[in-house]
Design a protein around this ligand. Structure first.
Ligand SMILES: [Zn+2]
Length: 234
């Protein structure tokens, strides 16, 4: 059991599950993903993008609080997020392709500046592999309940783990802030985007993969038409 699982309060009298001031909701994975399956295909991408952005925005304060508690240690934050994700049932996380944290922390803001304007071939700033995503499991279960794949077209194109993409974006936002003299993160987060490059729901297997990249120039501050955190496999 991780730190988050240890902090969760199951308040029977109030009918609440909470971590400090933050209220949680336990919901079956097939119920959540069944709602997605019931939407017309053309709006599923919008719902997933909205979920990702909501997790990114609402999760940002939690992630920043974790990072502050850890003295600004980025590697410790990634470890804490891995354990917290497991505590919440969000699958088994593994950050991949990490160089030394000292290099990565120094590199993130510089890389973002350096890579701005370059194409997608630039190496990801951070990569995450997730086994056993509940969103994949819920999506598959919904298909089985209906006795068929959800539908052939979206089954082959949709990356469904938008909440994970949103949380990863919140982590990258926190890490990409400039580090102050006392180790605290200051300044605005650099512009990043998260892509689920491989989703087990659409590509098969048991592992989903996510990449954090510098946002293309059109999404840099000053010209941000609409943020879409989650750009799944298309
Ligand atoms: Zn996935």
């Amino acid at each position: 059991m991780g730190a988050l699982a240890g902090r969760l309060v199951f308040d029977e009298a109030c009918g609440e599950v909470r971590d400090g001031p933050r209220r949680y909701l336990l919901m079956r994975a097939d119920v959540l993903m069944g709602a997605l399956a019931r939407l017309p295909m053309q709006v599923r991408g919008d719902m997933l993008a909205a979920l990702a952005d909501s997790v990114r925005d609402n999760g940002a304060d939690s992630v920043r609080a974790y990072l502050a508690q850890l003295g600004g240690d980025g590697d410790a934050l990634l470890s804490a997020m891995t354990v917290a994700a497991a505590d919440l049932g969000w699958g088994a996380w593994r950050f991949t392709g990490q160089e030394s944290v000292a290099h990565r922390e120094a590199a993130i803001p510089a890389s973002l500046r350096q890579h701005a304007g370059q194409d997608d071939s630039a190496a990801p700033l951070l990569s995450l592999a997730v086994r056993n995503s509940p969103f994949v499991a819920g999506w598959r279960a919904e298909g089985h309940v209906q006795g068929r794949r959800v539908d052939p077209e979206s089954a082959s194109t949709l990356a469904v783990c938008a909440p994970i993409a949103g949380m990863l974006a919140a982590v990258a936002d926190a890490l990409s802030r400039e580090t102050g003299a006392g180790g605290e993160r200051v300044g605005a987060a650099a512009s990043i985007e998260v892509v689920e490059s491989h989703c087990a729901a659409s590509h098969g297997g048991e592992e989903c993969r996510f990449e954090v990249r510098a946002a293309p120039p059109a999404l840099q501050p000053g010209f941000r038409p609409q943020r879409r955190t989650h750009r799944g496999a298309e």
